[in-house]
Design a protein around this ligand. Structure first.
Ligand SMILES: Cc1cc2nc3c(=O)[nH]c(=O)nc-3n(C[C@H](O)[C@H](O)[C@H](O)COP(=O)(O)OP(=O)(O)OC[C@H]3O[C@@H](n4cnc5c(N)ncnc54)[C@H](O)[C@@H]3O)c2cc1C
Length: 506
């Protein structure tokens, strides 16, 4: 990305702009749409609430700096749990490049079972692998999607793989959007070798080279509507001390594309009074509730050596479980260990011996984005019964897998649970463990402004245009009709490509 980003923070007073197309949000969905439309000759303006950090500068940051400058709420946004549900820590980017800047790079195409559901239950008849193929290819080439070589698997992943084989299932190699990855394992906090092909290194520079203007520190609050047409957006420039809302932001545009992500696109629509007819805005939110299981081995594992994410298993997908390899930089991991004083130091000293594996759930749409006073939404999440069953099952399988590989102890992501040896683990009543005790995160909010074949069933039509307001489109994770069960960036970028190509009449 060039330095040609305009910093709202440095602009004094109000800001008035004009463009043919305004894109709100510069993450995975917005960046793709902006580049394709600009390259086809449209005059595109991108507005981003977050600040601008060049990927090279991000690479030099400590995790604490990355959290402060690129992550929304320093990574601490959380859902309100309804019923027996975990409190889910939802992580997102708030920066030029959005959450794309923070990914582990994992890329999955949409599973055929999910596409089948979209065709069968949601009547989105052209959602077939054949129809999507050219769009997938376009994205995969643009962001350099390639299989992670087996040699790049960390010892942590190898050990889980060994246990899996002994348990009767296999790990497969993941694909990621990288070029020249050397396995620093710090992807979420910046890529030291510049290998991660986020939109900050791909689509945004392309858009800029073709003439797109990008403004950081610009918070869009509303879509301006005249009659049944979108005619621009309004909001605030974040140019007061500390990045607080200052001058008024007014943008006139013929077409408006919302790409603010699954928690913020519905908020902007609600503030603009769009979607009342269907009552679907903000509903159907899915999160892929995710957690990691750690295990201590006698040998030194040094799980941070190798690709952060390299292998997965969809063996338990029929039960709604996906296992993904993952690791966390040592400093961050040390900070999350329990205990104080010597007890904490003792736990931190065992870090080289820790292995880790992640699980995420192919959940039902139990989330809702609510608008309240102020800038942030409130998100409620009620975990479905079947997802609670899947969660306990995933913990059981992951623990057994590590023990099958020779682990001495496992550490479950359950509040208050002790380290367990094999006997203690076998005796632990996981199957009745309340879901609210799970330490759970989400990196994949989806579906809160879902695409639907009819007006009452969703917010946007199959061409991503609002059912209620002409010239208003959505191009981000919020349109994805259901949970995917797999990491979503490739889906979001592929749908954004399909949207942009159809917008152009291709
Ligand atoms: C730590 C982490 C790791 C991840 N790893 C992976 C992975 O390995 N593989 C994978 O497939 N996915 C991964 N994801 C998920 C992936 O990054 C997201 O699914 C994807 O980027 C979402 O795209 P989006 O366009 O919907 O939203 P985003 O990329 O989040 O972009 C939305 C942008 O809109 C901006 N915005 C919000 N509100 C406003 C407003 N009012 N005005 C102006 N701008 C606004 C935000 O600041 C943000 O920059 C990860 C996510 C995180 C957080």
């Amino acid at each position: 990305m060039s330095e040609a980003v305009s910093f709202g923070r440095q602009h004094t007073g109000d800001l008035r702009l004009e463009a043919e197309v305004v894109v709100v949000g510069s993450g995975a969905g917005g960046a793709v749409a902006a580049a394709i439309l600009q390259e086809a000759g449209h005059d595109v303006l991108v507005l981003e609430e977050g600040g601008y950090v060049h990927p090279d500068e991000h690479a030099r940051m400590r995790p604490s700096q990355s959290l402060r400058h690129l992550w929304r709420e320093a990574g601490l946004t959380a859902t309100l749990a309804l019923g027996d549900s975990p409190l889910i820590n939802v992580m997102m980017g708030r920066c030029v490049g959005g959450s794309s800047m923070l990914t582990g790079g994992v890329c999955f195409r949409i599973p055929e079972t999910v596409l089948h559901e979209w065709r069968q239950d949601h009547h989105l008849h052209d959602m077939t692998p054949e129809h999507l193929e050219p769009y997938y290819r376009e994205v995969e080439e643009a962001i350099s999607v390639q299989e992670v070589p087996k040699e790049m698997r960390s010892r942590s992943t190898q050990l889980f793989g060994l246990g899996a084989e002994r348990m009767g299932f296999k790990l497969e190699s993941m694909r990621r959007n990288t070029s020249g990855c050397v396995g620093w394992s710090t992807c979420n906090f910046g890529c030291p070798s510049g290998a991660k092909m986020s939109v900050g290194r791909t689509y945004l520079p392309r858009a800029q080279a073709a003439g797109t203007r990008i403004w950081s520190d610009c918070l869009v609050e509303r879509v301006k509507i005249e009659g049944d047409r979108a005619v621009g957006v309004s909001g605030r420039v974040l140019n007061r001390e500390g990045g607080r809302p200052g001058g008024r932001l007014t943008v006139k545009a013929k077409q408006v594309i919302l790409a603010a992500g699954s928690l913020y696109t519905p908020l902007i629509l609600k503030r603009s009074g769009v979607g009342r007819a269907s009552a679907q805005v903000g509903r159907n939110l899915t999160l892929h509730p995710a957690f990691r299981i750690m295990a201590r081995f006698e040998e030194e594992v040094r799980g941070g050596q190798g690709a952060l994410q390299s292998a997965f298993s969809s063996h338990y997908e029929p039960e709604g479980i996906q296992f993904n390899s993952v690791f966390v930089p040592t400093g961050v991991l040390a900070a999350t260990q329990p205990g104080v004083g010597d007890a904490h130091a003792e736990r931190a000293a065992m870090l080289p011996h820790l292995a880790m594996f992640g699980a995420n759930l192919h959940d039902d749409g139990g989330g809702t984005v609510h608008r309240i006073i102020g800038r942030e939404p409130v998100v409620t999440y009620r975990m479905a019964d079947k997802d609670r069953v899947a969660m306990r099952r995933a913990l059981r399988i992951a623990g057994q897998t590590f023990f099958a590989a020779g682990a001495k102890e496992v550490f479950l992501p359950i509040l208050g649970a002790p380290a367990m040896d094999p006997d203690q683990f076998a005796a632990y009543d996981l199957e009745h463990m309340p879901a609210r005790r799970l330490e759970c995160t989400s990196q994949h909010p989806l579906g809160s402004v879902r695409m639907a074949a009819t007006a009452g069933a969703g917010v946007v039509d199959p061409d991503h245009q609002s059912w209620e307001v002409r010239g208003l489109y959505v191009s981000d994770g919020s349109v994805v009709p259901t949970s995917l069960g797999v990491n979503p960036q490739l889906t979001i970028m592929t749908l954004a490509t399909r949207f942009a190509r159809r917008f152009l009449g291709h």
